[in-house]
Design a protein around this ligand. Structure first.
Ligand code: SF4
Length: 263
């Protein structure tokens, strides 16, 4: 096994800035095969990733974390995408229902610390439980979403899941995203047409006003506009220098070093 750090990915990330999202998805499948999955919360950019996987006819599974308190529109979007795009969507669930959790721990999401714990139990842990099945996870983070996403790299190490995160839409602008959705008539969560800029659990998501930042609708009751659930490693403290462990041969393929030995 070898160690892969974020610093190791600098050159590869530089080269990948010039690749289209479809090329990056194809690359991910070519390198990781059945050990790559996409993760989608059934928001607008996740729908675009699902549509691209469908268009490329890639047999990439999609992971969806159902916290048990999702909007019905989100679950309907998941079901439509699975049905109409022919994708295998794997729904991951927390160990306890929200009712059981509340009975045992109280209403966690009402305080900043409680929110972190609730998101850990209901979002982060369900993904971590299946993460040994994967070496790479495809996300749909975009720099255009601002906040901690503003610097999001295309490739990022994810130490919690010991996997490489691939964000094919990292440099996709809002205009490019909307253009893709329109041209391909992509299935979009209907809540986006009701003022929801981003969409998570029904307990912690509200619509946003036109002048507000996109993430103002998340955890609004906590009074900050910079809360994150912790499921995306690039949302973590940027000073943190994480690493993951993967087979040496896989690291060579990620870094494009396999041709070093070809004369
Ligand atoms: S978004 Fe809210 S309800 Fe959902 S897991 Fe996080 S704190 Fe809990």
């Amino acid at each position: 096994m070898g160690r892969l750090t974020q610093a190791d990915l600098i050159d590869r990330n530089h080269v990948f800035e010039q690749r289209s999202p479809q090329e990056l998805l194809q690359w991910a499948y070519d390198v990781f095969g059945t050990r790559v999955a996409a993760i989608s919360a059934m928001q607008r950019s996740g729908s675009v990733i699902c549509h691209m996987i469908h268009s490329l006819k890639l047999p990439i599974r999609v992971l969806f974390v159902d916290t048990g308190v999702m909007f019905p529109e989100t679950l309907e979007t998941r079901d439509r995408i699975a049905r109409e795009y022919g994708l295998e969507i794997v729904t991951l669930r927390p160990e306890k229902t929200m009712e059981e959790q509340t009975r045992e721990r109280g209403v966690l999401y009402l305080t900043p610390d409680g929110q972190q714990e609730c998101c850990r139990l209901r979002k982060v842990e369900p993904l971590r439980k299946v993460s040994d099945q994967f070496d790479a996870l495809i996300g749909s983070l975009r720099r255009a979403d601002g906040g901690r996403r503003a610097e999001c790299p295309i490739l990022a190490v994810d130490p919690d899941n010991n996997a490489l995160r691939v964000n094919p839409l990292a440099n996709f602008s809002d205009a490019q995203l909307e253009d893709y959705i329109e041209r391909h008539n992509v299935i979009v969560n209907p809540l986006h047409f009701q003022g929801y800029a981003t969409i998570g659990c029904n307990r912690c998501t509200t619509p946003v006003l036109p002048h507000e930042p996109k993430r103002a609708g998340r955890w609004r009751h906590l009074g900050q506009w910079a809360q994150y659930c912790g499921i995306n490693p690039t949302d973590a403290d940027p000073a943190h220098q994480p690493s993951i462990e993967l087979p040496d041969e896989l690291i060579d393929r990620i870094l494009g070093r396999e041709s070093d030995f070809v004369i």
